[in-house]
Design a protein around this ligand. Structure first.
Ligand SMILES: [Zn+2]
Length: 401
C-alpha cells in the first residue's frame, strides 16, 4: 500500500495530510513524515532513527490540473553516528532547492523547447532560477570534445554587447563542433585556448580566420605545423561592403538627373550582395539587366566571382597565377574602391593562396554568425557570458562522423 502511495506522489518518506487553497489557482499540500520509512543521513546515506529536529520547508512541485502546487515539507535533521547532526537525505528534493527534482526535470525539457522568457511566463518562476537550471543541465550534459584526431580549426570573433566587447570562438573545421569560446579577442585572451589544447597543438595543420586579427601570430606561436588560411566568407563580405557597395553608391550619385535609373541602382543593394546561386530566376534576370546597363557594377561583380575562385584553385601555383591576374585587372579597372581593396589585400595573399593546400570549408562561419545572433537575442539581458557560451557550444555539438 505504501509503495503505491510512493509511486503515485513521488514524495518518498512523506505522506500528504491536508491541502490549503492559497488562491483559486494555487494549492498547498501539507506533508508528514511516513513512519514506515527511515530517515537517512545526507552526508553518508546511513539510516538514522535518531531525529535531531524538524523544520518546515515550502517548495514548488509540478502543476496539478490547473493549479500551481506548493508542498510544505517537514524536513528533518538526524543524528548520524558518523557525521553528527546532519540533514535528512531526500532523493526527490535536493538540499536547499526550492523546487522538486520532478519539476526541475520538467523545466529542463521546457527550456530546450522555448525561450527562457516564455518558460518564466508559463510557470511564474523567476528567470534567474530558470537560467541556473538550464546552465546546470548544459554543464552536466555537454561532453568534452574529442581532440585526438583534430587537424583543422576555424577561429572567429563576435560582438558580445553592442560591439563594445568581443568573444572568440574556435571550431573543429571538419565536424563543425565548437571547441572553445572565450571573452576578448587579443592574443592574451585567446592564449588559454592553446594552453587547453596542449599537446594537440602540434597536430594542427591549418587554421582558418579573418584577416587582420590577433589570431594569426598566436597560431604561429603555438601550432608550429599549422598554416594560417584567410577564409573566403570574411574576405568576400568585406569585398561586398568596401567595393560593391561603394561603387553602387557612386553610380547612383552619377545618375542624379535620371531618377528612375538612379532608384533602380539604389534599391539593388541586396541583389548585388547576395550570392548569385541563391537568387530566384526573376531576381537573376533583374541582376542581369542591372549589370548590362552599368559597366562598373558589372566589373565589380565579376571580380567578386573571380576573387572567390582563388579559394577553389586546385594547387597553390594556380592560385598564385589567378591572384596575379586578378590583381592586375583590379589595378587596370580605374575603379578607386576596387584598386584600394586589392592593394590592402596584397599583404595577406599568402594566407589565401595556402587555402589551395587545405580545402577548409568555412561556410560554417556564415551560419554560425547568424545562429549566435539568435542565441544572443534569446539569452540577452542575462548578462552571463558563461551561460551564453554554454548555449553556443550546445548549438554546435559537431556532426556525426
Ligand atoms: Zn552520516
Amino acid at each position: 500500500m505504501n509503495d503505491a502511495k510512493v509511486t503515485l506522489w513521488g514524495w518518498k518518506g512523506f505522506l500528504p495530510t491536508s491541502t490549503t487553497q492559497l488562491s483559486p489557482s494555487s494549492l498547498l499540500i501539507h506533508l508528514t513524515s511516513d513512519p514506515s520509512v527511515m530517515a537517512r543521513c545526507h552526508q553518508c546515506g546511513a539510516d538514522c532513527p535518531d531525529i535531531h529536529d524538524t523544520s518546515l520547508r515550502r517548495v514548488r512541485d509540478c502543476d496539478l490540473f490547473e493549479c500551481r502546487v506548493w508542498l510544505e515539507v517537514p524536513v528533518r535533521r538526524v543524528r548520524c553516528g558518523d557525521c553528527g547532526v546532519s540533514r535528512e537525505k531526500l532523493d526527490w528534493l535536493v538540499l536547499h532547492s526550492r523546487i522538486t527534482e520532478r519539476l526541475r526535470s520538467h523545466l529542463e525539457v521546457l527550456l530546450q523547447l522555448m525561450p527562457l522568457k516564455h518558460v518564466a511566463g508559463l510557470t511564474g518562476l523567476h528567470w534567474h532560477t530558470l537560467k541556473q537550471i538550464d546552465k546546470a543541465r548544459l554543464s552536466r550534459t555537454l561532453l568534452p570534445p574529442d581532440l585526438s584526431s583534430l587537424r583543422y580549426l576555424v577561429m572567429d570573433e563576435f560582438a558580445l554587447f553592442k560591439g563594445h566587447r568581443y568573444a572568440t570562438v574556435v571550431i573543429n573545421a571538419e565536424n563543425r563542433q565548437v571547441l572553445w569560446v572565450g571573452e576578448g579577442r587579443s592574443r592574451k585572451d585567446i592564449r588559454p585556448f592553446f594552453t587547453w589544447l596542449g599537446k594537440h597543438c602540434k597536430r594542427i595543420r591549418a587554421v582558418a580566420m579573418d584577416m587582420n586579427t590577433a589570431m594569426d601570430l598566436e597560431v604561429q606561436k603555438h601550432c608550429l605545423n599549422a598554416s594560417v588560411v584567410y577564409d573566403l566568407f570574411h574576405v568576400v563580405a568585406k569585398f561586398g561592403r568596401e567595393v560593391i557597395d561603394r561603387v553602387r553608391v557612386d553610380q547612383a550619385n552619377k545618375l542624379r538627373e535620371d531618377k528612375p535609373a538612379r532608384n533602380i541602382i539604389k534599391r539593388s543593394r541586396w541583389l548585388l550582395l547576395r550570392n548569385r546561386e541563391n537568387l530566384s530566376d526573376h531576381q537573376d534576370v533583374r541582376l542581369k539587366e542591372l549589370l548590362a546597363a552599368n559597366q562598373p557594377l558589372l566589373i565589380v561583380c565579376l571580380m567578386k566571382e573571380q576573387l572567390k575562385s582563388l579559394w577553389y584553385a586546385p594547387t597553390e601555383k594556380v592560385a598564385q597565377q589567378r591572384w596575379v591576374q586578378w590583381y592586375q585587372q583590379a589595378l587596370d579597372s580605374a575603379l578607386e574602391p576596387l584598386i584600394r581593396f586589392a592593394k590592402r589585400l596584397k599583404p595577406y595573399i599568402n594566407g589565401i593562396i595556402s587555402s589551395a593546400s587545405h580545402h577548409l570549408n568555412t561556410s560554417v562561419l556564415e551560419g554560425m554568425n547568424n545562429r549566435i545572433k539568435v542565441i544572443k537575442r534569446m539569452a540577452y539581458g542575462y548578462r552571463d557570458n558563461e551561460y551564453f557560451f554554454l548555449k553556443i557550444k550546445a548549438a554546435f555539438p559537431g556532426l556525426p562522423r
